[in-house]
Design a protein around this ligand. Structure first.
Ligand code: NAI
Ligand code: MG
Length: 395
């Protein structure tokens, strides 16, 4: 029996192109694992009315470790129309399987590293006063609370009477009291202290491990007093347990401005769900975008690693495939680090660094050309060629 077992969920579209590439790399470094395929995504929805079948949940519960590609999701009407005939009028509702997975296994810590590779033509550069350019080394990891906040899904258009009554009890609701129900939409932002403590602690633990001097809590406590307030207050408490690490506090709006000015100043940022989602995409854009953005969804028992990108349907049928497998491979690297296989993780990271630095093999996104069947004839590497290049540089 292998030392580890990993549930592999390629899902839809390019998930099926990039996940096998990550497995090639994991095998090449000698990661001792069994891989167990599990179904997830649009085909499951169409044929079974459930994008995350129970058998996949059972496999994750048993093996605790997952690698996930991407899924396709579509608006409700289209989702209904694509259900197979026997399922059409059963009142089934589409739920995002990745959101469901995060909630089912309480994968409440989302870790999104945005670390620039030297030589990546997509890296952020900054004009200097002498008209020359700086390319600061960006090494930012965003810790995003993954299960609460604005994405908890507690929301209504035309809130029911008892909810409306509760809202009416708040003095500030007077301003909305005259608005008819169908014209009011309400999303509830819930923050709980234990979850806040967990995400902030994860950020501090990581800062400690990497030897960083500070952690930034990015919220908006001056305006969103209760929820952002609790995040910040909790961060201050947690910070006391990490004497050598300073807690900085920024507001989400100002932070987005600063990431355009001095992104290299931020190594670890922690935020609630929506703000963390925004921050991680914004930082990812500075280090190469979707082709480089990896993430981990980490709970107490189960952890699932995935690229940030989706299923990119417009490229899913191309043969050879053209999308960048690096985000998926980096997700596998995060998985290795999670299970303590740091030496293997480092070998893969070094190989990716070498390929990017050399600059000979680049997928279309790294060439800043349009993606499509023509990209290959324009000199772009295919998905497979990129992985081959990484494999060739593995020490
Ligand atoms: P997307 O991330 O699938 O693609 C957006 C664009 O980014 C692509 O058209 C392509 O130009 C580029 N891109 C994405 N991955 C790339 C890669 N590895 N290499 C090079 N370029 C890459 O987002 P989009 O188009 O908004 O959504 C497509 C589908 O994916 C939708 O059904 C959406 O719901 C789903 N989705 C799923 C996610 C997940 O599985 N976690 C996340 C985001 C979207
Ligand atoms: Mg996002």
């Amino acid at each position: 029996m292998a030392k580890h077992s990993v549930v592999t969920m390629p899902g839809d579209g390019i998930g099926n192109q990039v996940l096998p590439e990550a497995l090639r790399v994991l095998r090449a470094v000698g990661f001792d694992a069994d891989y167990i395929h599990a179904d997830i995504g649009w085909e499951c929805w169409r044929n079974e009315g459930n994008a995350l079948p129970q058998r996949t949940i059972d496999l994750l519960a048993r093996h605790k470790l997952g690698l996930f590609g991407a899924i396709t999701s579509k608006p409700n009407k289209e989702a209904q129309a694509e259900l197979k005939p026997g399922l059409q009028d059963k009142g089934l509702v589409y739920y995002s399987p990745i959101v469901t997975m995060r909630q089912k296994f309480n994968l409440d810590i989302c870790m999104r590293p945005c670390i620039g590779f030297t030589g990546n033509p997509l890296n952020y550069i900054r004009k200097r006063v002498d008209d020359d350019y700086d390319e600061p080394q960006i090494d930012t990891t965003v810790f995003r609370q993954n299960t609460e906040g604005m994405y908890a899904g507690i929301e209504w258009t035309n809130p029911p009477e008892n909810v409306r009554a509760a809202l009416n009890s708040h003095p500030k609701f007077k301003a909305f009291a005259h608005v008819p129900g169908p014209d009011i939409a309400v999303s509830v932002r819930i923050i709980t202290r234990p979850a806040a403590r967990r995400i902030v602690s994860a950020a501090f633990d990581y800062a400690k491990k990497r030897g960083f001097k500070g952690v930034t809590i990015c919220e908006k406590p001056n305006v969103v007093r209760e929820t952002s307030g609790m995040m910040e207050e909790t961060a201050k408490e947690v910070a006391k347990n990490y004497p050598g690490i300073t807690l900085w506090s920024t507001n989400i709006d100002a932070q987005l401005m600063w990431l355009n000015k001095n992104p290299e100043d931020y190594n670890v940022i922690v935020a609630s769900n929506l703000f963390g989602d925004i921050l991680s995409d914004a930082f990812a854009g500075l280090v190469g975008g979707l082709g480089f953005a990896a993430s981990g969804n980490i709970g107490d028992e189960v952890a699932v690693f995935e690229p940030t990108h989706g299923s990119a349907p417009k490229y899913a049928e191309l043969n050879p495939p053209i999308v960048n497998p690096i985000a998926m491979i980096l997700s596998a690297v995060m998985m290795l680090e999670h299970v303590g296989e740091n030496e293997k993780a480092k070998r893969i990271r070094d190989a990716i660094s070498a390929v990017v630095k050399e600059g000979k093999v680049r997928t279309y996104d790294m060439m800043r050309i349009a993606g499509g069947a023509k990209s290959i004839s324009q000199g772009a590497a295919s998905t497979i060629q990129m992985t081959d290049a990484i494999l060739a540089r593995l020490n």
